[in-house]
Design a protein around this ligand. Structure first.
Ligand code: DAT
Ligand code: MG
Length: 138
């Protein structure tokens, strides 16, 4: 069993498809271990995406991720990290496979609807970023 952090990004919340996205993960057999809606400050978005601080798109990314509410959740399942990444599709929605969440709901490279942890190391940083141990209810 593995746990991973998923974010419904501000573009998808604005499009009113957070329920569809959550539903997809339930249909795929994941358990929702924690779930909440919140709005990040730009500074908090900057800390969440600190691994990208030297990238050209970092400022734009932090601006976007703090532009409106997001839905954060922890999903649990076998190989949850890689399975969620497959369901998300490629970072660029234009290159994402048919049926993936980014293909269905993403707009462009920046506004790509959903985030999923990319490794155990990332999940171990990202889950406690949003949730305390007491909030993870299995
Ligand atoms: P992923 O979210 O697929 O793990 P990533 O970690 O490389 O992708 O980048 C984090 C986010 O940053 C990504 O979801 C969208 C944004 N991003 C990545 N590359 C970008 C680019 N070239 N221009 C604008 N935004 C970009
Ligand atoms: Mg990533």
């Amino acid at each position: 069993m593995e746990r991973t952090l998923v974010l419904v990004k501000p573009d998808a919340v604005r499009k009113n498809v957070s329920g569809k996205i959550i539903s997809r993960f339930e249909e795929e057999g994941f358990r929702i271990v924690a779930l909440k809606k919140l709005k990040l400050t730009k500074e908090q978005a900057g800390r969440f995406y600190i691994v990208h601080k030297e990238r050209s798109f970092y400022d734009e990314l932090c601006e976007f991720m703090s532009s409106g509410p997001i839905v954060a959740m922890v999903l649990e399942g076998e190989n949850a990290i890689s399975r969620v990444r497959q369901i998300l599709g490629a970072t660029d929605p234009a290159k994402a496979e048919e049926g993936t969440l980014r293909k269905l709901y993403g707009s462009n490279m920046g506004e790509n609807a959903v985030h999923g942890s990319d490794s155990v190391e990332s999940a171990n940083y990202e889950i406690p970023f949003f949730f305390s141990g007491l909030e993870l209810v299995g």
